[in-house]
Design a protein around this ligand. Structure first.
Ligand code: MF3
Ligand code: CO
Length: 294
């Protein structure tokens, strides 16, 4: 069996690029991962372990990512078009020296995703889409700064939202907060995903299975895929230096979804009932986690 963390020369420079000898750097870390790997656990490649320099770059990217959504939060209102949200995201990102990661990503035409009510995700902003009193909308923003990626999304309640829809928005936020509490090294992504799922189910909701979170930092979408319908003790082992998103899509009705055939992007609930999503980016640390975006 080929292990990802084979033993190496203890006096050689560490693989992480710190310049220190392996025995004074990642040797103990590798030993620990190897014990899990030998038990059959899915462990991250070394390419997924962020260095201090990577972490600094990702944090700086996140400063812009958070500021952009703060600006949207200040200005979003009834009567605004989703194109105006796109303009805010583009202009604020660029003014701060960043690049909207969504723009031209696999042909995506805009700088942000704006998904309203029964739209689950990947809603394309448009001059023709006007925010109505009572809408719930997810604004999903991703940022590149100096090649480092950050990603987050928030829900906004527009005007007078029904108690039912408001609760969906609030419980989905709770799902993310509960997921975050489960981010700690030497436990499994499935422990986290299961906790997220359980809170949604406890409130009578479902969680989308086909689309989840992802590693993020040196690329927009890295391994691992992060499911929120997973089982404890399964999926990838969380180890210090991994960075990924928690972004469950929670449906009021069934978990079935379909894709808009006309624009090729928009995802909707099959039953037309509302869906909500919040997204944060988190770094696994020695003792637990560091919140990167929110
Ligand atoms: N921001 C989304 C995510 O959380 C990805 C959007 S890709 C796009 O992963 F092309 F639709 F913008
Ligand atoms: Co994401």
């Amino acid at each position: 069996m080929q292990l990802k963390y084979e033993k190496m020369d203890r006096n050689a420079p560490c693989w992480c690029g710190s310049g220190r000898k392996y025995k004074h750097c990642h040797e103990a870390f590798d030993e620990k991962i190897r014990t899990f790997e030998l038990k059959g656990a899915l462990v991250p490649d070394r390419s997924l372990i962020k260095t201090e320099k990577d972490m600094e770059g990702i944090r700086k990217s996140a400063v812009i990512n958070i500021a952009v959504l703060d600006e949207v939060a200040d200005r979003i209102r009834v009567g605004m078009t989703t194109q105006e949200i796109d303009d805010i995201v583009y202009n604020t990102t660029v003014k701060m020296g960043g690049i909207p990661a969504d723009l031209h990503y696999e042909g995506y035409p805009k700088s942000v995703c704006t998904s309203i009510n029964d739209q689950v995700c990947h809603g394309i902003p448009s001059d023709d889409i006007v925010l109505q009193d009572g809408d719930i909308i997810n604004v999903d923003c991703s940022t590149i700064l100096n090649g480092y990626f950050s990603d987050s999304s928030r829900m906004f309640c527009i005007g007078d939202v029904s108690p039912e829809n408001r609760k969906l928005v609030e419980v989905t936020k709770e799902c993310v907060d509960i997921g975050l509490e489960h981010v700690k090294p030497w436990t499994f992504l499935g422990d986290m995903g299961h906790a997220v799922h359980q809170h949604a189910l406890d409130n009578g909701y479902t969680v989308v299975k086909e689309i989840g979170g992802h590693g993020c930092g040196l690329e927009f979408h890295e391994d691992p895929y992060v499911s929120y319908v997973s089982r404890p003790g399964t999926e990838m082992l969380m180890v210090p230096g991994m960075c990924f998103t928690i972004e469950p899509m929670v449906n009021m009705g069934s978990d079935e979804i379909f894709q808009d055939e006309d624009d090729g992007w928009g995802i909707y609930t099959a039953d037309g009932k509302p869906s909500a999503q919040w997204e944060i980016q988190v770094l696994v640390t020695e003792t637990g986690h560091e919140l990167i975006t929110y």
